[in-house]
Design a protein around this ligand. Structure first.
Ligand SMILES: [Zn+2]
Length: 238
């Protein structure tokens, strides 16, 4: 119990100290609470924290979707510290990035399960035993259905009402609201434990054919982005 409180205190302290050290370009805010009431805290970097600047791309990074995958959470906390420190040191690349985009970092979307992994190995799901990684609205099936009924748009599909009314975990709901309130153009969610980049469509057109090629209209962009990420890793090149 004490250990968990100390860990939580440390995480809060890191996020608050980033905001204090980089107050001109960083802000900490909450997108809601987990099943057990823990704040889902985001650190944001921008030359105008708290405000969407016209034409400035909004990006987000999410970690710890699976509670026991702690590396993703640590990496994102380090990324936030790195952005703050390098900005203050006058690193041109980081200053340009922060001045021309808005970067939102949510190190843990599953803090409840993270809190207990030290005492029991309870696995990946949230406090209700929901796998958050599989809990988001399935828009891919809607796209495939629309493909079959030719003439329907397959972009700008709103989240169906059924997902807004009690069907999802509170953590998922908070992220859905977050996505609706900020016009994100680029996002990544980090797991840990494998060398893999997965990008849309993550679902195959045929339920049984997991290895069926399922490109989106933006396949080239996704592949480029996945390559940029993977090729920066020493052992993992596309
Ligand atoms: Zn995972």
């Amino acid at each position: 119990m004490w250990l968990q409180m100390i860990i939580l205190w440390l995480v809060l302290r890191v996020q608050i100290s980033i905001e204090a050290r980089c107050f001109a370009v960083a802000r900490t805010y909450s997108i809601g609470r987990s099943m057990e009431g823990r704040e889902l805290l985001v650190v944001e970097f921008s030359d105008n924290p708290g405000k969407h600047d016209l034409l400035e791309p909004e990006t987000k990074f999410v970690g710890n979707v699976h509670g026991n995958e702690v590396l993703s959470r640590q990496l994102l906390i380090h990324l936030a510290q790195f952005l703050c420190t390098e900005y203050l040191r006058g690193n041109q690349r980081i200053q340009t990035l922060i001045n021309t985009t808005r970067i939102h970092i949510l190190p843990s979307v599953n803090p409840d399960r993270y809190e207990v992994i030290g005492s029991f190995n309870l696995g990946t799901n949230n406090a209700q035993n929901i796998d958050l990684n599989r809990n988001f609205p399935d828009l891919t099936s809607i796209v495939y259905r629309r493909h079959r009924q030719k003439g329907h748009r397959t972009d700008h599909i709103p989240i169906p009402d059924s997902y807004w009314f009690g069907k999802v975990a509170p953590e998922t709901y908070a992220v859905m609201e977050w996505i609706r309130s900020v016009p994100f153009v680029l996002s990544a969610s980090f797991c840990s434990g494998d060398l893999l980049v997965s990008y849309p469509y993550d679902l195959s057109k045929h339920p049984q054919g997991n290895d069926t090629f399922s490109p989106t209209p933006d396949q080239k962009v996704f592949k480029f982005l996945a390559g940029t990420y993977a090729n920066a890793h020493q052992k993992y090149k596309l």
